[in-house]
Write a protein of this length. Structure first.
Length: 346
């Protein structure tokens, strides 16, 4: 529920609303705005009797948030969230950001080659997993902490920011030492203790849609992170399980405008996991940007045939250059810009 205060309502009226909400057994989140302050009521599971609040001085209007998710909804916050990254990059504003790199960090040579290739093609964030959630316990599980160190090196070398996955609370603390953005993968979208930990972190979180998650479940998972105090969440459409095995997943591009309608949070698209085949990545990247995605997450490997994970969907560096060229045309056609490397902004 949202309690909208009158324009210029004095602080004591706002404090009174806050203390009444707390008296009722809920939590209050005052949100000062340009025109007026709104106080959010959280902690309820169902409709709240608002009669005690309606009568308080300074209260203009009470809005019942009808969705099960509250703080992530557009009803709660009509203006789009712009997530700010180091070096002046943003996600969710006019810029469309491209995060690219191999599925996994495999060696120093591999990650540095990949980082240089994606930077030279115009990406601004390096993506690669040090901790890998694999379907089989016998598949490559990632380099772990050593992989994080290599990501830090690659950032130093190239100036790219780093997004990398945390699989559990312990790993999250390690990832937070290095990452500019923490990825929570599809398999962990409903790992509620991990979501709560990420909610207490002070770095942006990239939350991928679960293998069979509805959009509402994705938004409820994001709500866990916001409810713990971290407002910087970027959602990611990466496809859901379908019945047709021609593609690895069913890449749900309609989720992009749906999420933009329901939520103020940015949403990026991952056409690599969405399709599973490198030949399908470029057309679906173009389509995702045309559909309004705030960014792309793309797997690129210097030698995809030798990749230890997701080689079949990883682009060759020259294919990634083409993706960037073609994406730029679409981005500009819809009145947006491709995010530029931090150095180019100075
Ligand atoms: C990844 O980004 O490499 C990954 C494991 O993705 P997802 O969680 O979407 O399967
Ligand atoms: Mn992958």
């Amino acid at each position: 529920m949202l309690i909208v205060m009158r324009h210029g309502a004095p602080l004591q009226d706002i404090d009174r609303v806050v203390s009444t909400i707390e008296d009722m057994g809920y939590h209050a989140r005052p949100m000062p705005g340009k025109q007026r302050t709104t106080v959010g009521l959280v902690g309820n599971d169902g409709r709240v009797d608002s009669s005690r609040l309606e009568a308080l001085p300074g209260v203009q209007e009470i809005i019942h948030v009808t969705k099960p998710y509250k703080q992530v909804s557009r009803e709660w916050k009509p203006e789009s969230t712009v997530v700010r990254l180091p070096g002046g990059l943003t996600i969710g504003g006019d810029d469309v950001i491209v995060m690219a790199g191999p599925c996994s960090v495999e060696s120093e040579r591999q990650i540095l080659d990949a980082a240089r290739a994606v930077r030279d093609a115009g990406a601004t964030v390096l993506r690669a997993g040090a901790f890998k959630p694999r379907s089989s316990p016998y598949s490559f599980q990632g380099m772990g902490r050593a992989g994080l160190k290599l990501l830090a090196r690659a950032r130093e070398e190239t100036g790219l920011l780093v997004v990398t996955e945390a699989m559990d609370a312990e790993g999250l603390d390690q990832v937070l030492e290095v990452a500019d953005i923490v990825q929570i993968g599809a398999r962990n979208m409903q790992n509620y203790s991990l979501l709560k930990h990420a909610g207490r972190a002070r770095k942006p979180v990239l939350l991928k849609r679960g293998l069979s998650a509805t959009i509402s479940e994705l938004l409820l998972s994001a709500e866990y992170i916001l409810a713990e105090g971290n407002p910087d969440v970027v959602l990611c459409e990466r496809g859901v399980r379908g019945f047709d095995t021609t593609t690895r997943n069913l890449f749900d591009l309609s989720a992009i405008p749906v999420v933009h309608g329901l939520s103020h949070l940015p949403i990026v698209a991952d056409p690599s996991h969405g399709t599973g085949h490198r030949d399908m990545v470029i057309p679906m990247a173009r389509a995702a940007v045309a559909a309004g995605a705030d960014g792309l997450l793309v797997e690129v490997h210097p030698t995809p045939d030798r990749a230890l994970s997701d080689g079949a969907q990883s682009l060759y560096p020259e294919q990634f250059e083409r993706l960037m060229r073609e994406t730029r045309i679409i981005v500009e056609a819809i009145g947006r810009r491709l995010a530029e490397p931090a150095g180019a902004r100075a």
